[in-house]
Write a protein that binds this ligand. Structure first.
Ligand SMILES: [Zn+2]
Length: 433
């Protein structure tokens, strides 16, 4: 595994210079916590920017002129790898805080049948739906799944993403959920970026437990969560809380088990219908994701807390939904908002954060600046990694994306095209060309 070898030698000094715009995402105010309200559009832009990275960390940030006058840089210039970013934009690598990468193949039956207007039941009867993903993952060896995940991670990095949250959830047996988490761990060791693993054993109730979901919840709480925690295979536990999936009571039960085993929680909430959120606040969730339907009374509660509302417009787009999450209502009320791809084979087969940002601009009335902060620093908050990720500041991990555009607003503007020229992942540079 070449990456492991690379990791054992500290990444070399790396100097990015001449960036037309360097988006530092440095906090404009001293307010702690994720970015809210008008702070979401503060990008801390430096013109003619430069960043010096050493040993996988950012050590200095400023103008190119100042960097080239720095005595240490002058002395060591011959040994520093330089990336000329003239005519380009440099920003923190995207933090994709919601993905489901452990699956075998695309769901083309779903895609085609849905276009024809088929119902969920008709899609399932034609051999599509989540059941097809479950069968494939259960049969697949761990290494084959890990290869799928690595390929997705590399593809994500080629589009500017340097930190990825990866969920299990297409096995739904103790063995295949642990196998999926093992595949994520294996893939993470072969990729220079950062991966955060989440157990989503509570994705749907598998058909073997139809009519006795409580039995399945017991397996999640008493077998999956303890084993995942003991083997350090996951940092988070996620639940799909929705009609037809898991009830609010079952979600609380699963959160309680996660807490007992020292795992943090997050949940799919409000995708199809409204769920009252305040009873879950005692578990201090890192994030509530989707949030298409949010109860009016929950908004002031969310505005006071660090639980991030993670919006995933790729799912709305791919399902041809007329409505998108009401980002303006959340942002204007002070709720911290992040953007993620929701990469998965059924409802959002995209690894592109710029695509999610573009959809947020055109369908959710977020400004280009807001989408940048939502895809970087607030994504980092949604994974509880904001002390290391999401902004270009000395001391943080050297995670950068270089885009071949002169103005950051072009990133969501040129939808469907990839203008990412290079990424730096924990100090390791990966050029696209
Ligand atoms: Zn999801």
């Amino acid at each position: 595994m070449s990456t492991t070898k690379r990791r054992s030698q500290p990444p070399k000094a790396l100097l990015l210079i001449n960036a037309d715009q360097l988006l530092t995402l440095r906090a404009a105010s001293a307010k702690p916590g994720p970015r809210r309200g008008s702070d979401l559009k503060e990008l801390g832009i430096l013109k003619d920017g430069a960043v010096l990275c050493l040993g996988g960390k950012i050590v200095s940030v400023g103008t190119t002129k100042d960097a080239l006058r720095d005595p240490w840089i002058k002395r060591n210039r011959a040994r520093i790898t330089e990336i000329d970013c003239a005519g380009k934009v440099v920003l923190p690598g995207f933090v994709d805080s919601h993905t489901h990468p452990v699956f075998v193949g695309p769901r083309l039956v779903d895609f085609e049948k849905r276009i024809e207007g088929a119902s969920y039941e008709e899609i399932a009867a034609a051999g599509g739906g989540i059941q097809s993903s479950l069968e494939a993952v259960r049969k697949s060896p761990k290494n084959a799944l890990a290869t799928k995940v690595v390929t997705a991670l590399q593809d994500m990095a080629a589009h500017g993403t340097t930190t990825v949250e990866a969920k299990s959830g297409y096995g739904l047996t103790v063995e295949s959920e642990l196998k999926s988490l093992g595949a994520i761990k294996n893939a993470a060791s072969r990729w220079p970026g950062t991966v955060v693993a989440t157990l989503l054993g509570a994705h749907v109730v598998p058909k073997e437990f139809k009519g006795c979901s409580q039995k399945y919840v017991e397996i999640v709480c008493k077998e999956m969560i303890p084993q995942a925690a003991r083997r350090r295979l996951a940092q988070f536990v996620d639940v799909f809380c929705e009609q037809g999936a898991f009830t609010p009571e079952e979600t609380e039960q699963i959160f309680e088990a996660a807490r007992q085993h020292g795992l943090s929680v997050r949940a799919h909430m409000g995708q199809l219908s409204e769920t009252v959120l305040w009873p879950f606040m005692r578990f201090d969730p890192a994030s509530f994701d989707h949030m298409d339907h949010v109860n009016e009374d929950d908004i002031p509660q969310l505005a006071k807390r660090d639980t991030v509302a993670t919006l995933v417009p790729g799912a709305n787009y791919f399902l041809s939904l007329k409505d998108y999450p009401n980002a303006r209502r959340l942002i204007d009320a002070g709720v911290p908002v992040a953007l993620a791809t929701d990469y998965n084979p059924g409802t959002s087969p995209t690894i592109s954060m710029p695509m999610a940002m573009s959809l947020a601009c055109t369908h959710m009335k977020m400004s280009p600046a807001e989408t940048v902060a939502a895809a970087t620093i607030n994504g980092a908050w949604a994974l509880r990694l904001a002390d290391r990720k999401g902004s270009i500041e000395p001391g943080k991990d050297a995670d950068l994306a270089v885009f071949d555009v002169k103005d950051y607003r072009e990133i969501p503007y040129w939808f469907g095209a990839n203008h990412c020229a290079a990424t730096v992942l924990n100090g390791v540079a990966a050029a696209r060309h």
